[in-house]
Design a protein around this ligand. Sequence first.
Ligand code: SAH
Length: 210
Amino acid sequence: MKDRFAALRQKMVETQIVSRGIEDPRLLEILRRLPRHLYVPEDRWEEAYQDEPLAIGEGQTISQPYIVAYMTEVLKLGGGERVLEVGTGSGYQTAVLAEMAAEVFSVELIEKLSRRARETLTGLGYENIRFRVGDGSRGWPECAPYDGIIVTAAAEQVPSALPSQLKDGGRLILPVGTGAQDLVLIVRRGEDFLRSELLPVRFVPLVSVH
Ligand code: SAH
């Protein structure tokens, strides 16, 4: 069974990720190695390596493999960074970040998902992830600044608290929009925030809590 998933994983990386232009060798090695099926319900293990998002319960989804790869590559992680993730969800993107960077701070609104992801990731031996239950659109100011921030749910606008939690030179990637969404990259240069639109996407909404 182990070999079967390993084979599906190699195929996933070649046909969905390398073929679409992802090049970072550290990232590709990590994607070839991480057991993505362990982050979805057991009755969906067979589908975990397919080219699509998948339901993980609570009305939420694990992002499509290519989107995880794309958003991670855009952050340009070299290994020493501190990264904030908004939307822990299944914890799969969290694991990719924990392998790519030094420390990950991951915020999830739904307690049950946060708890489940924490159990999975702790069980797999990760010790460089901090979890928080709450509204990630406020960021995690107590632990700022971050080299990278990734949001895996779509906001109507860039949440105003996030860019200011970047270090100088830091990068924020997030889906923005209601029906049609775009992945937006914001790069901090001193007090300037350079914005570019990268790719049309479809994410679950970032829930705003008042
Ligand atoms: N990266 C995750 C994506 C999960 S889907 C994965 O691939 O598994 C997006 C997640 O964002 C959901 O778990 C949802 O509950 C969470 N979310 C939505 N609004 C949020 C908010 N305001 N703060 C924190 N998490 C939020």
